[in-house]
Design a protein around this ligand. Structure first.
Ligand SMILES: Nc1ncnc2c1ncn2[C@@H]1O[C@H](COP(=O)(O)OP(=O)(O)OP(=O)(O)O)[C@@H](O)[C@H]1O
Ligand SMILES: [Mg+2]
Length: 367
């Protein structure tokens, strides 16, 4: 397929980062037979410089696999990746290493993602040695500067990682991630393991670093409440695909996809009166096994609004009033869709995500 490149924003500048039709496949076994699982299935998105895009979805929907595939930490089974307008999909060796410094990742659990027996200077300084060949005093000085930027004292330089609390460890992980001045930081549930007040402190730190360094964040989270405050746009992922993308406020207040509505309805509301009055949408059952074949819309087996057409035809992404799109047959019918713009290059929010299968009539999860 011919990629539509480079992806442009409203100013005709290349997106800071873009994934076009990205797929990631795992070889796995089922009933003793080898099979392939499409954990990420034709996902497209683009990020502006300084923008935060959140990815939300249930456990197993493919969020971490998407992040790793996007950063080339996992091989992709298809699609194209661009950093600052340059295609990085096929890069190898030194050329890939050079581009990788522009993209860093912070993981959920600072207890398992950071070696507890390492000193802070070695851990935060490692990327400085690998990418900038910085050693000795120069490296110590830079690590102390980075610690200051993440709110840790310079005396932390020589201490061991195991001496720090969860929140402090996450600050160390962030210092390491920003050490070599990346443009994109992927935060994979980076605050989920922390208590609420520590979470808020780390979110404030991330916001401040973003303002100061014009960083772009891909913010992966289960917590829709957090996402609403931190992300400019939110993408909702289901079974390896984006089903809705849009400005966070719009997605939060006017969700267009039944799955997004169900996720939001499961969110607790602080006001007990409002909480009591709310209609809770209970999804039937678990998501289908990703190895099973689901024809038509992948969400139809749990959708409270499923129609006959949903079983036979995968919905195309349809533009939603207020920005973004949703892949649901109901969206054009209920008038939630505005007319698609045909006059200009698609803007970042309108980058379409093709239906999952080559033939739009069925979605094949197992190949
Ligand atoms: N190394 C692997 N080999 C085989 N299957 C895998 C592998 N890693 C992930 N998967 C499968 O890929 C799918 C997506 O997993 P992934 O970890 O990306 O989900 P997630 O959305 O990040 O979930 P969580 O919210 O629990 O972190 C799941 O069905 C998972 O079982
Ligand atoms: Mg994950």
């Amino acid at each position: 397929m011919t990629p539509r490149t480079p992806i442009l924003d409203e100013d005709d500048a290349p997106a800071l980062f873009a994934a076009q039709d990205l797929s990631v496949v795992f070889d796995t076994r089922r009933h003793g037979k080898r099979t392939r699982l499409r954990a990420v299935d034709d996902v497209s998105f683009a990020l502006r410089q300084g923008e935060t895009l959140a990815v939300v979805g249930e456990s197993g929907s493919g969020k971490s696999t998407l992040a790793r595939g996007a950063l080339r930490l996992l091989p992709s089974a298809g699609g194209h990746l661009y950093l600052r307008g340059k295609e990085i999909t096929g890069l190898r060796g030194r050329a890939l290493r050079e581009q990788r410094r522009g993209m860093q990742m912070v993981f959920q659990d600072p207890y398992s993602s950071l070696d507890p027996s390492s000193t802070v200077v070695n851990l935060v300084g490692e990327p400085l040695t690998v990418h900038d060949r910085l050693t000795g005093h120069a490296r110590r000085r830079r690590v102390a500067e980075l610690l200051d930027q993440v709110g840790l004292p310079p005396s932390a330089v020589d201490r061991y990682v195991h001496e720090f609390s969860g929140g402090q460890r996450q600050r160390i992980a962030i210092a390491r991630a920003i050490a070599i001045d990346p443009a994109l930081v992927v935060l994979d549930e980076a605050v989920s393991a922390l208590d609420v007040s520590t979470q808020n402190q780390i979110l404030e730190l991330l916001a401040e670093l973003q303002r100061r360094k014009d960083l772009s964040y891909l913010f992966i989270s289960h917590n829709l409440a957090v996402v609403r405050w931190v992300a400019d746009r939110t993408a909702v992922m289901y079974l390896g695909r984006f089903v809705e993308v849009g400005p966070s406020e719009r997605v939060h207040h006017h969700p267009a996809h039944p799955y997004t509505r169900a996720l939001l309805s499961a969110m607790p509301v602080p006001d007990p009166v409002v909480q009591k009055q709310r209609r809770r949408i209970v999804l039937a059952g678990d998501p289908p096994d990703p190895l099973d074949v689901v024809t038509g819309c992948p969400f139809r087996t749990r959708c409270p609004d499923a129609m006959d057409v949903c079983a036979v035809q995968a919905p195309e992404p349809a533009p939603v009033e207020g920005g973004g799109w949703a892949a649901c047959h109901l969206v054009p019918l209920t008038g939630a869709a505005s007319r698609p713009r045909t006059d200009v290059t698609p803007t970042m929010e309108e980058i379409p995500c093709r239906p999952a299968s080559p033939a739009a009539s069925s979605t094949t999860r197992s190949t």
